[in-house]
Design a binder for this molecule. Structure first.
Ligand code: GLU
Length: 289
């Protein structure tokens, strides 16, 4: 039922239509009357406010291939995080044209949520206790892990132990930046991961360190130039950041995620984006804290 409504509401979302068509099961999406009412939510909830407005402002990354990368032709971002955000928007009855995308770099995600500049953030955003003091998280919807990117011809760095005392690029306000200090590397911090590539090329740093999936995207974007080495050495559960203590919104997004896990939309979101380079893994259970 829900999937049929999505297919109708998101008329522009060809992928949603395709999904409704190929998911088999009920198979009756096309017959549903087009006048089906928009979803209704309890008055006063964030869901009701957004559904009523018919538009939503979402923070994501603009420079991370596979997860959130601005397409200069459409001026909209593409990637797995973007698809997850679109699933949430479509469940509010908001189609793609009515999403305003805002670039959130690692350091401004909490302030953008706190000051209402965005309604929620989907941006390779690790759930942790420190951040939970100022924002809330739905999810996790993906489990990443910190890893290491080096020049393709570097055979000296094989694990995090080889980073001790070495200059390593990461991003201000990120969990990998903190981890670099903890393990005794010398952090070289900038604002976005793409801005780490020039220092790596020039030898100003010996490595870039952040989540494995971000590094895989940068390696794929610059074929032959870089390689990801070693095993992930942290756990980075990705959550959807939203206003602190907006429990109804958080619970509702968790419901949406679980539905998307079950009905194939999550897997489709992966396959059409990060799945080009990375294997599909079953999503982690959402944490209803
Ligand atoms: N997932 C980590 C974090 O949220 C690193 C990736 C990022 O900076 O977006 O800090």
């Amino acid at each position: 039922m829900k999937r049929m409504r999505i297919a109708l509401v998101a008329a522009a979302a060809v992928s949603a239509l395709a999904l409704a068509g190929c998911a088999g099961g009920d198979g009756g999406g096309a017959e549903e009357p087009s006048a089906e009412p928009a979803p209704t939510f309890e008055a006063g909830t964030t869901m009701a406010t957004l559904a009523e407005a018919g538009e939503v402002t979402i923070g994501t990354k603009f420079d991370q291939p596979l997860f959130g990368l601005l397409d200069p032709n459409t001026n909209s971002p593409v990637g797995f995080d973007v698809e997850i955000a679109k699933i949430i928007a479509s469940e509010l009855g908001i189609d793609e044209e009515n999403i305003e995308w805002v670039e959130t770099v690692s350091a401004n995600r909490e302030p953008f949520i706190q000051n209402g500049e965005v309604d929620f953030v989907v941006a390779t955003y690790t759930i942790n206790d420190k951040r939970k003091e100022v924002v809330s998280f739905a999810g996790p919807y993906y489990m990443a892990g910190q890893s290491i990117l080096v020049l393709a011809d570097n055979d000296d760095i094989k694990s995090e132990e080889d980073l001790v005392g070495q200059p390593v690029c990461s991003v201000t306000g990120s969990t990998p930046a903190a981890k670099l200090t903890e393990i005794g590397a010398v952090p070289f911090l900038t604002d976005t991961y793409s801005n780490c590539l020039e220092p790596l090329r020039s030898g100003q740093v010996v490595a870039v360190s952040t989540d494995n999936v971000i590094l895989a995207g940068l390696a794929a974007q610059n074929e032959g130039e870089f390689k990801v080495v070693g095993e992930p050495f942290t756990e980075e559960p990705y959550g959807i950041g939203l206003a602190l203590e907006d429990t109804e919104f958080r619970d509702w997004i968790n419901d949406v995620l679980e539905e998307a896990y079950e009905d194939g939309r999550y897997e489709e979101a992966w396959n059409s984006t990060a799945g080009a380079v990375l294997p599909y893994v079953e999503p982690p259970a959402v944490d209803r804290y």
